[in-house]
Write a protein that binds this ligand. Structure first.
Ligand SMILES: [Zn+2]
Length: 180
């Protein structure tokens, strides 16, 4: 089994400068699994996310993104990007999927979110596809809403990245606990 690890660490360093400035280092722990190393559930989610790309509406970017989420109740919900000629009116696959899942099953926490992307020739990205900042913000809200982490799977034909929590993708993220 071939895994790559990028360790998470949080360090606070005090310098001995006159200002006593502190430095905080945050890094992300990513596990990489290649094809054939996924368990049945993981493979099912990758297949669902890939399949969802074929229902994308992406006439402008021609970049078809699919997402699949596994809910605590066992349901798998899929979605994809839905573009608009007024570009900001469109929506990414991750948010389309999470909003639908949470509107359909508002009491069932999201356990895993998997995304995949391809071009219109049917070629999936070699490197794992990564969610945009706005989607990360929604993922963070979903974690906060249910009080439980969402494992994130980022698919690429060279392998799938696994992170344990959306928080790992948004290490200094804003959530409702930040409100005063
Ligand atoms: Zn997005």
């Amino acid at each position: 089994m071939h895994n790559a690890y990028f360790f998470v660490s949080l360090q606070r360093k005090s310098t001995k400068s006159a200002t006593k400035m502190k430095e905080i280092v945050k890094s992300v722990h990513i596990t990489l699994k290649e094809e054939g190393e996924l368990n049945d559930v993981e493979q099912k989610l990758v297949d669902a996310a890939k399949e969802a790309t074929f229902r994308s509406y992406a006439p402008y970017s021609r970049f078809c993104v699919g997402a699949a989420v596994l809910l605590e109740n066992g349901e798998i919900i899929t979605g994809n990007n839905q573009e608009n000629c007024a570009y900001p009116s469109g929506l990414c696959a991750e948010r389309t999927t999470l909003f639908y899942a949470n509107s359909r099953y508002p009491d069932s926490p999201v356990r895993i979110l998997c995304i995949a992307a391809r071009n219109t020739s049917g070629e999936f990205t070699k490197e794992p596809i990564s969610p945009c900042g706005a989607c990360r913000q929604v993922m963070l809200e979903t974690e906060h809403r249910f009080g439980s982490p969402i494992q994130v799977m980022l698919y690429g034909t060279n392998g799938t990245y696994f992170v344990k929590s959306a928080r790992d993708l948004m290490p200094v993220g804003f959530d409702s606990s930040s409100l005063i």
